[in-house]
Design a protein around this ligand. Sequence first.
Ligand code: 13P
Length: 287
Amino acid sequence: MLVSAKDMLNKAKAGKYAVGQFNINNLEWTKAVLLTAQENNSPVILGVSEGAGKYMGGYKTIVGMVNGLMEELKITVPVALHLDHGSFEGAHKCIEAGFSSVMFDGSHYPIAENIEKTKSLVETCGKLGLSLEAEVGSIGGEEDGVVGAGECADPDECKAIADLGVTMLAAGIGNIHGKYPANWAGLSFDTLAAVSEKTGDMPLVLHGGTGIPEDMIKKAISLGVAKINVNTECQLSFAEATRKYIESGKDLEGKGFDPRKLLAPGFEAIKATVKEKMELFGSVNQA
Ligand code: 13P
């Protein structure tokens, strides 16, 4: 059964480790993440962006797929199904479809509007026992080939949003989605320390987990990060393994075109990436 991310994240914050959020894109991805979590006795969060939601045939399809896989594969570790960077409308659609957790990303609104919309979702999620992630300070990333720098959140604004009663808070600390540019300044640990100080026990979320050096990940966890999102790294390992398989020319003329064979190396590559991250984040054997 899907669970809210609340208990797993409070436990992670207290135990100084982080739970990984791995974004899913299809059945293979989902199965790879679920099996790896089970094999490593780790709690896990399955992230679904609005775009991936559309791609997979809608939120209800995803809820059905995840619940079915969990039952058939006998997954017993805690699993939360979470909307990633949701709009206000998207969050409501996911709640209706049966997600156990949602993110409302109001970071692009003026702070008063972010507070107002987040507050209304705190009430809705609270009544239903679902977890809610809010965001302050936008996370940079590549758009049309231009890599935007990640903003640093205002710690007082973080406190205002945390005090609304959200489950977890994503604060921009110079992190960006996708690959980091060569001239990236690194994470702002001063910002993270100030946000942590103002928000106390609130589990903090680090987006853009791909390509952050291991020492920075460990330092971020020591300063209160309890959830780390990884998307691009799984995509890269999946693409690389698939490319190698195709380039090897492996009996594509014979049975190699069978999607179950074609997608197998990518599936194994995602499993390896997820395991590596769970070990780095310290969530192994914390289920
Ligand atoms: P990456 O794609 O950089 O791993 O970031 C994932 C993320 O933060 C999803 O919200």
